[in-house]
Design a protein around this ligand. Structure first.
Ligand SMILES: NC(=O)c1ccc[n+]([C@@H]2O[C@H](COP(=O)([O-])OP(=O)(O)OC[C@H]3O[C@@H](n4cnc5c(N)ncnc54)[C@H](O)[C@@H]3O)[C@@H](O)[C@H]2O)c1
Length: 259
């Protein structure tokens, strides 16, 4: 896969930490020139510096369409093209007090999550698509979630946003396929990052209950999600368009319980 990606240009949103940071590192390791982007300036700049001279940091809040356009413009003016757009920036409720059923779910949480996870993904897809259609080539990869594949309780905003991202991915694959641009999604299951470690994996009882639903019996690593992105970004996936690649240890295959 090295040859197919060497010298290409990628933007990874939300890549100051977590899964996004791993995606940026994995792409850079294959010779891709990477624009690390996030609202976290210090961590983002550090992440880019760690990747070496072929990576830069550009601050961008994905909920602001003009900042998203400026991000795409910055990638093109710095590196000459935009070949890979990874829309990874995302949020969910992390305060257990906000993990509530629909009747108690607040306007504020709903709007906050839809704004980043759905509106942000849309702004990023639109800006990247405009550039890629002009070039006649490109690969857009949206980071969705198992929560967009099967419904989960107590996070309705996240479920709604990620389900919409998957369907939006398919619609864009239909629109952009004829113009040389592939659009796919990757849906992680429970993946170890600082936030999920704190929320689920520091308490043994919570962790073992969650893991009991995962056939492979463990959470995923960020690098395992990153490798799925690498595949979809590369020419190895040249005929893969409109797919949602689920990386969840088998979680969504069925109800993992003996009766
Ligand atoms: N970790 C998991 O278990 C898991 C599971 C399913 C899906 N996901 C998805 O994977 C993606 C990455 O999540 P993660 O677990 O690495 O989380 P994370 O919180 O570690 O990283 C998310 C990054 O997005 C950035 N971000 C948040 N709002 C932003 C905005 N408005 N503009 C730009 N950047 C913004 C954050 O600053 C952060 O650096 C998200 O889309 C998330 O929904 C994660």
């Amino acid at each position: 896969m090295r040859d197919s990606l060497d010298g290409r240009v990628a933007i990874v949103t939300g890549s100051a930490r977590g899964i996004g940071r791993s995606i940026a590192g994995t792409l850079a390791g294959r010779g891709v020139r990477v624009v690390v982007s996030d609202v976290l300036e210090q961590e983002g700049a550090e992440a880019a510096a760690e990747l070496g001279p072929h990576a830069v940091f550009v601050r961008c809040d994905v909920t602001q369409p003009e900042q998203v356009q400026a991000l795409v413009d910055a990638a093109v003016s710095r590196f000459g093209s935009l070949d890979i757009m990874v829309n990874n920036a995302g949020i969910n409720t992390s305060d257990p007090g906000e993990r509530v059923t629909v009747d108690r779910y607040s306007d504020d949480v709903w709007r906050r999550i839809i704004d980043v996870d759905l509106n942000g993904a849309f702004y990023c897809c639109r800006a990247a698509a405009a550039r890629m259609v002009e070039q006649g080539s490109g690969s857009i990869i949206n980071i969705a979630s198992v929560a967009g594949v099967v419904a989960l309780r107590l996070q309705i905003g996240f479920v709604a946003a990620k389900a919409a991202v998957i369907r939006m991915t398919e619609a864009m694959a239909c629109e952009l396929g004829p113009r040389g641009v592939r659009v796919n999604a990757v849906s992680p299951g429970s993946t170890l990052v600082d936030a999920t470690r704190k929320l689920f994996y520091e308490n043994e009882a919570v962790a073992s209950r969650l893991v009991s639903f995962i056939p492979q019996g463990r959470p995923g690593e960020a690098a395992e999600v990153a490798r799925a992105v690498l595949f979809l970004a590369s020419d190895a996936a040249s005929y893969v368009n409109g797919h949602n690649l689920v990386v969840d240890g088998g979680w969504t295959c069925g109800f993992n319980r003996d009766f």
